[in-house]
Design a protein around this ligand. Sequence first.
Ligand code: IDP
Ligand code: MG
Length: 167
Amino acid sequence: MDQAVLILIKPDGLKKSLTGNILTRLSETKLEIVAAKMVRVSKELAEDHYRHLKDKPFFDEIIKYLRGELHDRKKVMALVYWGNDAIKKCRDLAGSTNPEEAESTSIRGSYGRITTGGVYENVIHVSSNDSEAEREIKLWFSPDEIIVDLYATKNIVQKEFKNRVWA
Ligand code: IDP
Ligand code: MG
């Protein structure tokens, strides 16, 4: 079944110059990249992304982590991969959430670590199921940033809409 999945290269992955390695590993899946961009992550976006973990003791730390406050790299690379069985293929390549338990050849097993503060710095995010993928993709991307039509859209006319354009 064709599926979409949100991948984030987290600030530790960018700081460690792992973008190329990670994209090469993901290309083994033969999935198609249908969206990609660099994002400066707001507190609101980070909290919405991890809202299912709001009650966890590590919530505040993973918000800081995703925003780049632990790495002096305030950016994340966001991508949407699309194709057959995309979620399982990408999660298998990523490995377990805890990088010390992840298979040593997986992305997280190869490049992740646990900080002294206890955060699992595991280099990438991968959506874990279809509904999570849909929610996350809609959170990180607008319809026009994705080159295929993944979900239903509607047209709205926005009056007095302020938009920044090139000067
Ligand atoms: P996932 O990223 O494998 O889907 P989630 O449970 O959704 O795992 O957790 C989101 C992120 O929060 C993880 O990728 C990891 O960075 C961090 N995290 C999850 N569980 C723990 C934990 O028990 N201790 C520290 N950090 C954690
Ligand atoms: Mg998750």
